[in-house]
Design a protein around this ligand. Sequence first.
Ligand code: AHG
Ligand code: MN
Ligand code: MN
Length: 340
Amino acid sequence: MVAEEIGTTLSQHIIKTQKNFPQASGRFTRIFNELATCGKIISSYVRRAGIIDIAGKRGTTNIQGEEQAKLDVIAHNIFVNRILETGLVAGVLSEESDDIIEAEEEYSRNANYIIATDPLDGSSNIDVNVSVGTVFSLLRRKSPTGERCSKDDFLQPGSKQIAAGYILYGSSTIFTYASGDGVFCFTLDPTVGEYLLSHSKLRIAEEGNIYSVNEGNRKFWDQGDQQLLDYFQGNHKDNDEPYTGRYIGSLVTDVHRNLLKGGIYLYPRTTKNGKKDHGKLRLLYEANPLAFIIEQAGGVATDGQRRILDIMPQDIHQRVPLYIGSKREVDLAGKFTKVS
Ligand code: AHG
Ligand code: MN
Ligand code: MN
């Protein structure tokens, strides 16, 4: 980071970068301000997760007589309501809702963006105080502004993303985003309530020595994936030097660590009871936004063979195998998965 960048807030940064686009209308800036606010609010809930749990145990209903919501539902509601009320986003696709959620007509007249989100990624880790995050992918809608948006608007390859990012609720809250001009991280300074620039034009190491995967699934993997693991563990004819294994089980946190330290995260497909699946992770709101960020940091993201950002989605909740991180390790994964 150069000296004049120190102390730059997220909103200052977005305004400054938007000035480089003569056609920019200020909409992008307003959406980002709202995303930043969502992050602050969800962060404050996450920080009080233990207290919310205690309150939940007193009874199963809250003050309105509704069932006590889990944090991923709370995060979903905060995100969806606030984003749609900007009047700039015609619809949101969320992990927590089977269908897309359209903006009310009064809000959607001028809305030409759509957002796909995993409102709380890694939420099973909440109970044990492990980092989680909100992931988002910003696209332009395909259908004309003013009309109702539909699932079809979301069926676009990740290469069409206008911007993508995540807000990580870790030992600090970090807002990371990319919109075509590199990757930037802003750390929330709780004393001033602002996100301050902490990493500018972040680059991922070309090769790393960390692999992150749920090894418990090994027996369900294709042979190539099993051999890849042997390689990373130094049990392969081409490599006897083990990598470091690091698996948090919260995709956004695992990818963030590897972005800073180099390495690969993988979630391969599995075969259970003779049925091959597509792994666990969702293309539109997990793989695509993280692939967009990692590519802009100089890394690579594939499903083993294809570039993630080139995959044409068929379904809004479609799953995809994911290999993401440093170029050397992801390219290597491609060689192993090819033979399976
Ligand atoms: P979510 O909490 O949004 O459902 O996502 C959980 C995902 C991802 O964050 C993580 O990397 C992966 O599930 C972990 O899966 P395993 O428990 O199978 O390793
Ligand atoms: Mn998730
Ligand atoms: Mn989730």
